[in-house]
Design a protein around this ligand. Sequence first.
Ligand code: ZN
Length: 850
Amino acid sequence: MKDAGQRRIHLADYRPFSHRITQVSLTFRLAPEATRVISKIAFEPNPGAEPGPFFLHGEELRLVGARIDGRDVTPEPAEGGITCAVPEGPFVWEAEVEISPATNTALEGLYMSNGMYCTQCEAEGFRKITYYPDRPDVMAPFDVRIESDLPVLLSNGNPVASGPGWAEWEDPWPKPAYLFALVAGDLVNHPDRFTTRSGRDVALNIWVRQGDLGKCAFGMDALKRAMVWDERVYGREYDLDVFNIVAVDDFNMGAMENKGLNIFNASAVLASPQTATDANFERIESIIAHEYFHNWTGNRITCRDWFQLCLKEGLTVFRDQQFSGDERSRAVQRINDVLALRARQFREDNGPLAHPVRPESFVEINNFYTATIYEKGAEVIGMLRRLVGDEGYARALDLYFTRHDGQAATIEDWLKVFEDATGRDLSQFRLWYSQAGTPRIGVEESHADGTYTLTLTQETPPTPGQPDKAPLLIPVAVGLLSPEGAEVVPTRVLELSQPRQSFTFEGLTARPVASILRGFSAPVIMQRKLSAEICAFLLAHDTDPFSKWEAGRALAKDLLVCRIAGKPASEAACFDALEALLRDDDLDPAFRALTLSLPGEDDLAQTLFDAGRTPDPIVIHAARRAFRGDIAARLGETLARLYDQMVTPGPYRPDAKDAGKRALRQAALGYLSLNDGGARATAQYRRADNMTEQLGALTCLLDIARADDALEAFRNQWRGDRLVMDKWFGLQASMAAPDATETVIGCLTEDDAFDWKNPNRFRSVLGGLAANAAGFHHPSGAGYRLLADWLIRLDPVNPQTTARMATAFETWRRYDADRQGMIREALERIAARPGLSRDTAEMVSRILGD
Ligand SMILES: [Zn+2]
């Protein structure tokens, strides 16, 4: 059982396991409340380990019996598992345990979801299935027998035999227990085939419940494209005869890369034009690719211990971002990745939960599946690639795959292949893995006698446990434009390694305009004060799409910050620049749509806080809304033209081209609805034959408080579709007006369809509340109390989701004393709950800074 005691685990304490495993055989006799798991495991001493007691993890297991080499033994209970006296040489361990999947609401280990058995073992769920060294550095081949009356019985690897009521699977590739999976259910499949580059014929299946069979085609297409891409770009082929994906309704994460049997949150795989938006399609494509790419970066080469989580996650996120950029638009992908990084990782890195990409210690590993590990982990790899070049990166990756295949590796191993393949010394670069916090980059410029000098400074603010920071090696991509807007120095990567460093550019008769941090070449905050004129100039002329977009963003953000402060500012340049950009039909519609989206309320709050001010979410909300109204008034004609122009002819296609047009049309509709009283949105709602346009129209109507009829109609139309109903809940929670939020959340949580034990539904409502900055931070404190009440209720049922959602409070130090007091009270109330889970206890105490 989990206890609230905070036993901390340290990277420095890593010791190899006493034994190696040569073969694992498991038999499952499935029954909802009394599943029998019979294990037979061949151990041999690990020559690389110091001798020590033989310890196996195990939690919430009822031991029926255990034997060593056929003789009954009685293991001793120990914290988190058992110990047992074992022979000096190789031996065979056998155990029979009983577990109860039906009452396992934490959704870790073997559990049930709507009558179907499924597993989630990463990070430490396998110890709830049987006694085992549940650590990633113990890798073994598994064979599995499943006995059940259910028609579909799946596990990892290849099917070897089956009959009525049983099936046997064999996975020849050694793997850690966290990649084990089992599924049993009344399922149907969407089948396909794939032939690898070397001629292996692979059966592909997406397994779903009967009613969902029409929602698999896109996911299957994305899978095949990912398989082709990984062969072409990384030279990686699939290595089994079958690849199965299963959709599950109750799932804590997005999806899980179990070897040969990926298990997906239904929301991350099921899609049809009528039920999924363009954003859903894009997310599905990226998650399917991500989990598939793990087959090499995660499964064939895994992590030595959980401190190395970024080794598989940072690299695999980097790979899925590359894939999405290649399949869609690199520029738009990069901007979206940076938006997500800033919204989640910068927020984390600048608050009480800041931690290095490779943490040094943890209490509960589930709390470290974070934006820092995933998204900053991917950024670190992007920087590495910039520093060694595309060819150096390709050589290093080839070496990584040949040198470490079949191993459990570390960040040291990863960096060593780059050093060996490219001859580069990465000793300063590796600080990116150990030092938390977002570096601030300062910029000074001068120009004299034809020489332009760019001086960059760096400073990383203190983070919990790391008061002093060393200078990092930061690749800063820079290009120079002439005063007329022509590019005079194309992109060059400057290597900033000192606290303060100057770079010179010769032969420039006129003072150039510098475009700095092109492509967002490093995860840093640029503290460069640019005039509205320079921003407008870069927005018009920059050749780097990211920097072009960034200039527009900076322009809008500066004006919003002035409005929030009640300071007058000249806004004409901004509106003119925006209008010129919207009218430029040579620009990708998706890119123009991104330029129309203003910085979010949370982003503005962080910006104000960074500038030493105390943000008021209500004031921010009102200022942003007023600014949107002014854009609508000033650019109404251009927006109306775009709305009419961006129609996509023919049937709905989820490709990047059509999705980009719909995104721009939707962005225009958002502004136009502020002017036309919802006339266009109402008409669009009635006409819509796809979820993107239907939900888009509903969003606009909710925005102007004219949505009652549409909400009712939407509910009646979609009451039978879980994933669409999540949207219905989420939209109302996240868009409720500040004064109405408490009432709206109250109604939603009392709704018959609010199944709070389902993580997707819980997240749609309570996550929607947390995303509604002005409603959540309402001065009454009702938002804080509501979330705390629900987290207290969810914790005993599902600690993992509770802990993750507690991060809604991580920004508390930004706000005024009243709000801080109320948040502290909410957090202390959660902390005081008797029997609080280890997950939530650790998270709350870190947020409080205790
Ligand atoms: Zn992953």
